[in-house]
Design a protein around this ligand. Structure first.
Ligand SMILES: Nc1ncnc2c1ncn2[C@@H]1O[C@H](COP(=O)(O)OP(=O)(O)O)[C@@H](O)[C@H]1O
Ligand SMILES: [Mg+2]
Length: 282
């Protein structure tokens, strides 16, 4: 039986007149990687804040591993590791101290082996005894991730963890997230970098103006757009052909129509285009 790690059912939240969340509904099965995409102001952070008790929802249902975070906040806190969008921590502590304290805060026994593994995985080992204020932006971001994982949560939520982060760090982060997923962790990633969603996510949720516009597997979503075959014909003109209804290209017909075709190139659909289509339609 697959367990639901997260359930959002018609979640609503207003700030005065502003409806930040109007109708958010999607379910994240345990062990899946979901990318939560949406333009600025879509309500992604507000939704995450409804999980950790920073924000009280006005209506609808939220379940974290089967429990409502407002009814059983302790259960939710143990289950969730949340990497917030803003960098928040005490600048005078070192990464090692922070991770140890974090475990203490959850009433957990020290686990030096795990803490050091985390520091290693997030490339912070050689900075583990340096005060956090002396770390670079990218290191601080990695420290946020280590902190969120210190109590070994089953669900990891990352709110734009790669904003303003260099490419190398992004790639190593993807690798690490892939490793966590393999070990069975449920991961929700909100991001502006749509290619990273395409690369990592089993499922994509597109949110705009407080509503879930779409929630489906990355593969199905990408299948909504056709592949394009580009070729150069005998007159040197570039011709583009769209994939057929059932997918794929009729190569026999193409070689009959364009006997001297060269420079053939298949252009794969991009999640970015689909995302823009959906959010523009609104
Ligand atoms: N505490 C708050 N008070 C008033 N408005 C808020 C508050 N938090 C968020 N908002 C507003 O709610 C909307 C959604 O914001 P947010 O959840 O941060 O979106 P996103 O994370 O998708 O960029 C925005 O219009 C934002 O200005
Ligand atoms: Mg946000």
């Amino acid at each position: 039986m697959t367990q639901n790690a997260l359930v959002f059912n018609k979640v609503e939240k207003s700030f005065g007149e502003l409806k930040a969340l109007k109708n958010i509904s999607f379910t994240v099965e345990a062990g899946t990687f979901v990318a939560l995409l949406g333009p600025n102001g879509a309500g992604k952070t507000t939704l995450i804040n409804c999980l950790n008790g920073l924000t009280k929802r006005d209506g609808g249902e939220i379940l974290v591993m089967g429990e409502d975070p407002e009814v059983n906040p302790l259960h939710t806190k143990m289950a969730l590791g949340i990497v917030e969008q803003e960098l928040v921590f005490d600048p005078f502590f070192t990464p090692l101290e922070m991770l140890r304290m974090r475990r203490g805060l959850f009433g957990l026994k020290p686990d030096e082996e795990y803490v050091n593994w985390l520091l290693d995985k997030l490339s912070l080992t050689d900075k583990k005894n340096v005060r956090a204020r002396q770390l670079s932006g990218g290191m601080k971001r990695r420290l946020m991730i280590a902190k969120a994982l210190a109590h070994k949560p089953t669900i990891l939520i990352l709110d734009e963890p790669t904003a303003g982060v260099d490419v190398e760090l992004r790639n190593s982060l993807y690798e690490f997230l892939g490793e966590l997923k393999k070990e069975g962790m449920t991961i929700v990633l909100t991001t502006h970098y749509i290619e990273e969603a395409q690369l990592l996510a089993d499922k994509v949720a597109i949110q705009d103006a407080g509503e879930t516009l779409i929630f489906e597997s990355t593969k199905t979503l990408l299948g909504r757009k056709k592949k394009i075959l580009e070729l150069t014909n005998e007159d040197g003109e570039v011709v583009t052909l769209e994939e057929g209804e059932k997918g794929g290209f009729n190569l026999e017909k193409i070689s009959a129509d364009y006997p001297r075709a060269h420079n053939l190139r298949v252009i794969e659909p991009k999640l970015e285009d689909i995302f823009l289509e959906f959010t523009k339609k609104k």
